[in-house]
Design a protein around this ligand. Structure first.
Ligand SMILES: Nc1nc2c(ncn2[C@@H]2O[C@H](COP(=O)(O)OP(=O)(O)OP(=O)(O)O)[C@@H](O)[C@H]2O)c(=O)[nH]1
Ligand SMILES: [Mg+2]
Length: 440
């Protein structure tokens, strides 16, 4: 099977490979928070940097619709070729997902460089950052799915080199080699899907156990590098990896969290999202993202210092919709507030009145966040109406400590309390419940 998984391998020596970036500005993009081309390119440059490339130039093109055959126009492709040559770049990165034939056609127009797209770049970063067995399988699956329709182009390229570009190269032994490659790739894809499904079933069993326990479940979601892992570390002593790079976290980590009033919660940190997140990755990481879909609460962490915070909130919510996780209750948390001016903070607070403002790195606002989490957990409390005998002062105290008391009355039979309490306490109070009729 060919080793060129996505067409781009990070340089192994100290010298970073030089890359030219190509951004496409969509004319007439009517999305509510359209991304401007500068932001797109700045993000692509960060992706390229994270993947180990050195950005030596950028080219942009305004397009109403991509060219069917080559995505960018042929004139633009010539400009890219000239710049790549001038800057001695070996790679051209296009900020969109190219179809396999567009990629092959562009490579023909740019014979001296390798052409890769945004998807290949993101896939390579994921491959470099995958740590767990499951994460590695998920990334391999996404890469092979990406690679499968591109096998022909890659093979043709190799074969041309080997046979010096003779016409006959397309037929004969090579063709069957291609068929073998495709068959092996399909077989591996099927194996990976089975293995991932089996791990997902195991996780499902653990997850079910948590659902049944009545513990409040929180999922951290958000744009990559927003500070999700830092928030997890600030709330628990999870000690998970925090890094100033994109997609530092790929695996899901779940920790227990004690909330005020004796409420138990779990909080899960997982893979971050990005604008134009490749669909194949979302698919193969579906099981890891399940927690976001089933949690009682999503804590949506936003890098408040980004001038494009609002567009990123939209991008994250789009991915959540894609995985069917858009109906969960969500609290927006603006992080990195230490980097904000007072004016920007006031502006954000006015635009998002229900959001929480914190700086996870300094600990600022973490108490307020915990308080908010407790309030959110309390929303799921059960209403109860009980009569507690005077001998059960312990239960009366528990209701006061852990629940919200609506009314309390001392009667000859005991203390009659109407309150909202966590599920486990409600279960302990079950023997003392009184029906409406009894209460009179
Ligand atoms: N100034 C400042 N930096 C922060 C804050 N919180 C996190 N950071 C930094 O932001 C960067 C990313 O933080 P992470 O916690 O790794 O972000 P993440 O959302 O988990 O990112 P991925 O796992 O890569 O998607 C790190 O360099 C953190 O130190 C904050 O409150 N203030
Ligand atoms: Mg992280």
């Amino acid at each position: 099977m060919p080793e060129r998984a996505t067409g781009y391998e990070p340089a192994t020596d100290e010298r970073r490979e030089r890359a030219v970036l190509v951004g496409v500005e969509r004319v007439g993009d009517a999305r509510p928070y359209a991304w401007d081309i500068e932001e797109d390119l700045a993000e692509l440059a960060r992706l390229a940097d994270t993947a180990g490339l050195e950005v030596v130039g950028t080219v942009t093109q305004r397009l109403a619709r991509p060219e069917a055959k080559t995505f960018i126009g042929t004139g633009k492709a010539e400009e890219v070729a000239r710049l790549a040559k001038e800057r001695n770049a070996g790679v051209v990165v296009l900020d969109e997902e190219l179809t396999p034939s567009q990629q092959a056609n562009l490579e023909r127009l740019l014979p001296d460089v390798r052409v890769i797209d945004r998807t290949a770049l993101i896939l390579d970063i994921f491959a470099q950052h995958a740590v767990s067995y499951e994460g590695k399988l998920q990334v391999e699956l996404a890469r092979l799915e990406y690679q499968l329709p591109r096998l022909k182009g890659m093979w043709e390229h190799l074969e041309r080199e080997r046979l010096g570009g003779g016409r006959g190269a397309r037929f004969g032994a090579g063709e069957s080699q291609l068929e073998t490659d495709r068959r092996l790739t399909r077989k591996r894809i099927a194996e990976l899907k089975r293995e991932i499904a089996s791990i997902a079933r195991h996780r499902e069993t653990q997850r079910r156990a948590r659902v049944g326990s009545g513990v409040f479940r929180i999922a951290l979601v958000g744009y990559t590098n927003a500070g999700k892992s830092t928030v997890l570390n600030a709330l628990t002593d999870a000690g998970v990896l925090v890094e100033d790079k994109l997609f530092a976290t790929l695996d899901a980590t779940t920790r227990r969290l004690e909330l005020p009033m004796g409420r138990e919660a779990t909080i899960t940190d997982t893979v971050g999202f990005i604008n134009k997140l490749p669909h194949g990755l979302v698919e193969s990481f579906r099981s890891t993202l399940l927690e976001a879909r089933e949690a009682d609460l999503q804590l949506h962490i936003v890098d408040a210092s980004s001038p494009h915070a609002a567009a990123r909130v939209t991008a994250v919510n789009e991915v959540l919709t894609e995985i069917g996780a858009n109906e969960r209750r969500q609290v927006l948390v603006f992080n990195k507030c230490d980097l904000l001016s007072a004016e920007s903070r006031a502006r954000l607070a006015a635009a998002w009145p229900n959001a929480v403002f914190i700086a996870a790195a300094t600990g600022e606002g973490i108490d307020r966040l915990v308080e908010r989490l407790a309030q959110e957990a309390a929303r799921l409390d059960e209403p109860i109406k009980v009569t507690l005998p005077f001998s059960r002062g312990d239960l009366v105290s528990a209701v006061h400590e852990r629940g919200t008391v609506v009314s309390e009355e001392h009667t000859p039979d005991g203390t009659v309390i109407i309150a909202r309490v966590p599920h486990d306490l409600a279960a302990r109070l079950e023997p003392f419940r009184r029906s409406e009729a009894e209460q009179g």
